[in-house]
Design a binder for this molecule. Structure first.
Ligand code: DX5
Ligand code: ZN
Length: 217
């Protein structure tokens, strides 16, 4: 089993000390920085907008894994790219023309990820899986950090692993929500490539050490 990609989620950072928290992530074994953008429409919460995102993007040395919890995410492809984003994740539930949006993200020079809500079955991606760079499985209902991991995600992970292996897709599998040392271990054993962790990292007494523990599950 190879080591998982670890993507701390900035949503749980201390916004009064953002520089300090980002510096700690920079000095850690984290692979990516996960950034949650919410619009108060698709999800019942609002996170941060572009003025904050630009400053944050200047500080981080880690590739940006941007998770858009907004309706019509295709409207912001240019702005997301300008942040220096490596991976742009859009929700399946927000894209009527998902195939087109995925192409637009790739044409803009980013990797394309598609996110599934807990109630959206893996089979919905059957006809697009070979086009994707990543599938992001939500293991909580999106909108907030600090929620409890939904165990059914482990069954979805198994199905997704099978779909990817059967089709020869190169898509990575990332899981987001309620990931800690315990659930993280189950996910890595189940074939997850990347783990997002918000509270588990930012509320830990030693963030850098927690990231290292997740990396070496
Ligand atoms: C939730 C976000 C997550 C969140 C995870 O909608 O997509 O990235 O920050 O937080 P934890 O790890 O605390 O569940
Ligand atoms: Zn997220």
């Amino acid at each position: 089993m190879s080591k998982p990609i670890i993507a701390p989620s900035l949503l749980s950072a201390n916004f009064l000390n953002l520089r300090e928290d980002i510096d700690k992530i920079n000095s850690s074994e984290a692979d990516w920085l996960h950034v949650d953008i919410m619009d108060g429409v698709f999800v019942p919460n609002i996170s941060f907008g572009f003025p904050v995102l630009k400053q944050m993007a200047d500080l981080t040395t880690k590739p940006l894994d941007v998770h858009l919890m907004i309706v019509q995410p295709e409207k912001f492809i240019k702005e997301i790219k300008e942040l220096g984003t490596m991976m742009m994740n859009v929700h399946y539930e927000t894209c009527t023309h998902l195939h087109r949006v995925v192409q637009q993200i790739k044409d803009a020079g980013m990797k394309a990820g598609v996110t599934l809500n807990p109630a959206t079955p893996v089979v919905m991606l059957k006809d697009i899986i070979t086009e994707l760079d990543m599938v992001l499985l939500m293991s909580v209902n999106p909108g907030f950090g600090g929620q409890k991991f939904i165990p059914q995600t482990l069954n979805k992970l198994k199905e997704l692993r099978e779909l990817i292996d059967e089709t020869g897709s190169h898509a990575l599998i990332e899981v987001d929500g309620g990931v800690n040392l315990e659930t993280g271990k189950l996910l890595v054993e189940g074939g997850a490539d990347a783990l997002v962790a918000g509270n588990a990292v930012f509320k830990a007494p030693d963030m850098v050490q927690m990231i290292s523990q997740l990396k070496n599950l």
